[in-house]
Ligand binder design. Structure first.
Ligand SMILES: C[S@@+](CC[C@H](N)C(=O)[O-])C[C@H]1O[C@@H](n2cnc3c(N)ncnc32)[C@H](O)[C@@H]1O
Length: 124
């Protein structure tokens, strides 16, 4: 599941590699373009319009990908922290959470701390 997939910069190549991908984005234009390309290229990729912050992660999902979705700027910190917590809570045991962040010491430390606190609480 690619949360915030946009037009499918990651979802389409992943589909090409054989992954079954559900991409979620609130841009109906982006999702329409993604679905058009997926159909054209006959890829196992389905784009859905939705809000990533409350989109349910079902048991069929093995991997959650966030690419360029977390910035941890001061104003977004609480919202993004809750978002990560929600993903870790809903993702099934053994599921994989993949993050691609723009390089930045503060940003990387914030995510590491968040993931570490989950491990220490025995939930991850
Ligand atoms: C920086 S782009 C990253 C797109 C894609 N992950 C990539 O790396 O090419 C952020 C994407 O998140 C989407 N987005 C932002 N907030 C969202 C929300 N609350 N629900 C769904 N999509 C959202 C935007 O529409 C945009 O496509």
């Amino acid at each position: 599941m690619d949360l915030g997939c946009g037009q499918g910069r990651d979802a389409l190549p992943l589909g090409n590699l054989g992954y079954k991908v559900i991409g979620v984005d609130h841009s109906s234009v982006g999702i329409e373009q993604l679905n058009q390309q997926a159909k054209l290229q006959k890829l196992p990729v389905e784009g859905r319009v939705g809000n990533v912050y409350d989109y349910p992660i079902s048991a069929e999902v093995d991997i959650v990908l966030l690419d360029s979705m977390l910035h941890f700027y001061k104003n977004d910190l609480a919202k993004e922290t809750q978002f990560v917590e929600k993903i870790l809570t809903e993702l099934k045991d053994g599921g994989i959470f993949v993050n691609c962040l723009i390089k930045g010491q503060q940003r990387e430390m914030t995510l590491k701390k968040l993931l570490k606190s989950r491990r220490l609480n025995g939930k991850f």
